[in-house]
Design a binder for this molecule. Structure first.
Ligand code: ADP
Ligand code: ADP
Length: 232
């Protein structure tokens, strides 16, 4: 059962001799309920792939099947709807709205979609993440680890088909990173959530079921049950 799939995906920035080949005919399928880490050096194409898979960016050629639909054929309106209803995002810099409480931030995807807050699910998520007693705090009143857990709750609140995480531990210390990754992994296992994470952090990647390694626009390794030692 495939959640999202890249077929012969090519992304060039610029044209002719000056073109940068960010993705060179990438083929990869992401199974439902699996946690995948995407690793590789800076500039190897990780973000470009993530942006293509999540409909944030157009591609030069090839296809992205999201739940079986080819989203490279979608217009802007359809892509916005896809992201709003089917995708959750977690960022390195948390991207919480500073004027809103943790609870308002978590519920934002539902608010934007005009849906009622699911208080039961909010309670479950925030209890599991250990932030249930922080819901009325603003982001500035929370530690980095707590802010990232708020961001994870926000990513999961609307039951998206896929959660994309872009360097989720990049701004966290070692202990907070381990806590956040442990919670993310538990969510994947308990809820069958599909998570695709870009990371430089071998320790973070060791929480995934699978690690893809990029180099120069290509997947050069595809590792099951990666270990920290194996990914360093
Ligand atoms: P990574 O996420 O692995 O660091 P990226 O996907 O960001 O790599 O970048 C892949 C290649 O595409 C790099 O050579 C980068 O410089 C280039 N690139 C990325 N975004 C742009 C852009 N908007 N314009 C031109 N080149 C870009
Ligand atoms: P975590 O393990 O989640 O990173 P910390 O151990 O860093 O949490 O923080 C402990 C407590 O201190 C938290 O409950 C939080 O409310 C508070 N705290 C941490 N950083 C800040 C901050 N920058 N501003 C306000 N309160 C903070």
């Amino acid at each position: 059962d495939i959640a999202v799939q890249a077929i012969d995906l090519v992304k060039d920035y610029g044209e002719g001799d000056n073109a940068v080949h960010a993705l060179r005919h990438v083929n990869v399928a992401f199974e439902r309920g699996k946690f995948t880490a995407i690793m590789g050096p800076s500039g190897s194409g990780k973000s470009t792939l993530m942006h293509a898979l999540s409909g944030l960016d157009t591609v030069t050629s090839g296809h992205v099947l999201f739940g079986g639909q080819d989203i490279t054929q979608f217009n802007d309106k359809e892509l916005t709807l896809l992201r709003r209803t089917n995708i959750g995002f977690v960022f390195q810099s948390f991207n919480l709205l500073p004027m809103f409480t943790a609870e308002q931030n978590i519920l934002m995807p539902l608010t934007l979609a005009g849906k009622k807050p699911d208080t039961q699910w909010l309670q479950t998520l925030t209890t599991q993440l250990g932030i249930a007693d922080r819901l009325q705090h603003r982001p500035s009143e929370l530690s980095g680890g707590q802010q990232q857990r708020v961001a994870i709750a926000r990513a999961f609140i609307a039951h998206p088909r896929v959660v994309f995480a872009d360097e989720p531990t990049g701004a966290l210390d070692t202990i907070s990173s381990a806590e956040v990754m442990g919670m993310l992994r538990r969510f994947v296992k308990e809820m069958g959530q599909t998570v695709i994470m870009v990371t430089h952090d071998a320790a973070a990647a060791s929480y995934a079921d699978r690690a893809l390694v990029f180099a120069d626009g290509r997947i050069v390794a595809d590792v099951a049950n990666p270990t920290e030692e194996g990914m360093t």
